[in-house]
Design a protein around this ligand. Structure first.
Ligand code: UDP
Length: 327
């Protein structure tokens, strides 16, 4: 067991993709975990296995409203937020509120509880970057009023208010800038490239590549990400740290990899590129290497195999929900 055994940890967005993996990790470290989620984009099935544990409790609550949790809290991990372009379009106001009002509420809670708080920031703070790969001292190229603006600007505000609580109130804070991450428990229909492509493979549909497929991303396996977040939380570094896998690939090549992995005879069909879709993205992880001694360990081929196994194991009604059915 670790030196944080017995600590009480609040995880917001606990029923989401990243939140649920973080709950698992802190339970495994011997912590008491308090999960919180409003279940707008999260799913209880991601944390169902935790409900029987004595060290886990769950609040069905929206952190954009006043947050109260009785008892001591040692760490707060603020991971509640819609996190895919499709979600920002469907629920733009909630996206803005959870990053701004939600963060403010949790910083207030952290002060009262004398807890250390880590916020989930994102490579989206760099927008469509003009610096490549992205270092933490790059200020970004964000369109505040575009479709991604509600997410990007909420996350930028989140960093600003977190830093202000750190400098003005002396609160212990940490900021992780998360790059594209994948793995089991991603939502099959959240519109992101990997679940979209794997879902299409499962339904025998063609793969939809947006634009000409030359835009790049760098995909990190969730286990690596969780390790990076864990190390950052326990470090004494209060400035933003990129956590991601620098192994960059074009979306066209990524689609080809998925066709090979799934062994289907899917064709690639090209669709229009969404507005403000970043052309390239790759984390510079020098800081994470130097400060945290962290770097990703799981290769894309290994991580993708595990993720494919997960998606294949889902029940039919999740793979082909009504919105995908032709009749
Ligand atoms: N993308 C695609 N087809 C899809 C879904 C996404 O070509 O069905 C593209 C998308 O336009 C973007 C890339 O894949 O260029 C990664 O998209 P994702 O939503 O996973 O992440 P983000 O753009 O937020 O990094």
């Amino acid at each position: 067991m670790s030196n944080i055994e017995g600590k009480r940890v609040l995880v917001t967005g606990a029923a989401g993709f990243l939140g649920s993996h973080l709950c698992d990790r802190f339970i495994a470290e011997g912590c008491k975990v308090v999960g919180m989620d409003n279940l707008i984009t999260g799913s209880l099935s991601n944390i169902e296995h935790l409900f029987k544990l004595e060290n886990f409790e769950f609040y069905h609550h929206d952190v954009s409203k006043f947050v109260f949790v009785p008892g001591e809290i040692d760490y707060i991990l603020h991971f509640a937020s819609p996190a895919s372009p499709i979600d920002y379009l469907k629920i733009p106001i909630q996206t803005l509120k959870v990053g701004s009002l939600g963060t403010h509420n949790l910083l207030g809670l952290a002060r009262v509880k004398k807890a250390r708080m880590i916020i989930a920031s994102t490579s989206e703070v760099y927008g469509d970057p003009t610096v490549h790969p992205q270092t933490e001292d790059y200020w970004g190229n964000v369109n505040p009023i575009g479709p991604r603006g509600v997410y990007d600007e909420a996350k930028r505000f989140q960093e600003a208010i977190t830093m202000a609580y750190h400098t003005f109130h002396g609160l212990e804070t940490r900021i992780v800038r998360i790059f594209n991450t994948y793995g089991p428990r991603m939502r099959l229909n959240d519109g992101r490239a990997l679940p979209a492509f794997m879902g299409q493979a499962l339904r025998g549909e063609d793969i939809t590549v947006f634009g000409d497929g030359s835009q790049t991303r760098s995909f990190c396996y969730v286990e690596d990400l969780v390790e990076g977040i864990y190390r950052l939380l326990l470090s004494d570094y209060a400035y933003p740290v990129n956590i991601g896998n620098p192994d960059e690939i074009s979306i066209g090549d990524f689609a080809e990899e998925i066709i090979k992995l799934t062994g289907t005879d899917q064709k690639i069909v090209f669709k229009p590129l969404p507005q403000d879709d970043p052309k390239q993205r790759q984390p510079d992880i020098t800081k994470a290497r130097e400060i945290l001694g962290w770097e990703p360990k799981v290769s894309r081929s290994e991580g993708m195999k595990k993720t494919w196994e997960y998606f294949k194991s889902l029940p039919e009604w999740i793979i082909t929900p009504r919105e995908f059915q032709s009749n």
